[in-house]
Design a protein around this ligand. Sequence first.
Ligand SMILES: [Mn+2]
Length: 314
Amino acid sequence: MAIHIFRAAISQSQTQPFIHSLSATLSRIDETSKKRKRMMLSCSSSEVNPVRSDLSFSVGSYLIPHPNKVDRGGEDAFLVSNYNGGIIAVADGVSGWAEEDVDPSLFPRELLANASSFVGDEEVNYNPQMLIKKAHAATNSIGSATVIVAMLEKNGILKIANVGDCGLRIIRKGRIVFSTPPQEHYFDCPFQLSSQIYGQTFLDAAVCNVEMMEGDIVVMASDGLFDNAFDDEIVSAIARYTDVAEAAKALANLASSHAVDSNFDSPYSVEARSRGLDVPLWKKILGMKLIGGKLDDITVIVGKVVSQETFLSP
Ligand SMILES: [Mn+2]
C-alpha cells in the first residue's frame, strides 16, 4: 500500500514523459491515478506520518564462458551497481577480433569498467544512453561489443538502452510483458560499439522506459542465453526459484546444456533456417535440417524489483 502513498507525492506531469507505451502499463496508470486521488485525500490528515516506498533491484548474476574460452573467462562482461534503484549491464565482445590478434574481451571489459565509474556522473544524469556515450568515449581498447544497460529509478521507472543483440525480458506474474528486439546489420552481425569509426554509437541505441512493479523480474543476458533458450523456457525456469542468484545460475545452465546439444532445435537454429541457412540439399532430401544449440559465452543477470518503505520525519 505504501507505494501508492509515494505516488501521490509525484505529479502526473513528472511521470508521464517516462512512460513506455505498453498497454499493460497504460492500464496501470489509469488505475494508479484513481488510487492517487484516493490516497491524496487520506494523506491530508496531519496525524498520518508520510511513508515513501522506494523500488530497487535484488540482483543475481551468473556467467558461463564458451567451452573453448574458459581459461580467459570468455568475452562477455557485466556490471551490477546498487546506485539509485540499481544498474545492470551486459557487454558481449565481438569474437571476430581474435582473427586480428586482438583479445575480444578487452573492449567490453573496459567499456563496462568505464560505465561503472560514470554511474553517478552529472552529465550522465541517470540516463543509460548517456552512460553508454561516456563509457564508449573513454574506452581505449581495440575491439567492439554489443551492450545493454538498464537503470532503475527508485520511483519504479526502468530506463533501458541497447546496442546490438544482448537482451532483456521483463516477467510480471509469470508472463513476459516486455522484450528488447535485437538490432543487427544482417544475420549474426549485430549492431556494435567499436574502437573503429565504422561502428555504432550511443545514437544507435534502442531506448525505452518501462514502469516496473514490485515483484517484477528482469532477465538481462548476452545472446548466449537467448540463442539457446526460448522465452517460455526462461519463464518456467524463473518460476521455480525465489532466489535471484539461483535463478540466474539455472538460466545459464539451461542455455549451456542446450548450447552443447546438437539435437536441440534452438532459437538460433530456428532463426538461421528462417533466414534461408540450412544443411546442403542432399542432406535435406534425407530429411536432415540445420539444428543444434550455439556455443557462446552465456551471461545472465536476474533482477527482482523489491520495495523498501522509508518513514519520513513529519
Ligand atoms: Mn555472444
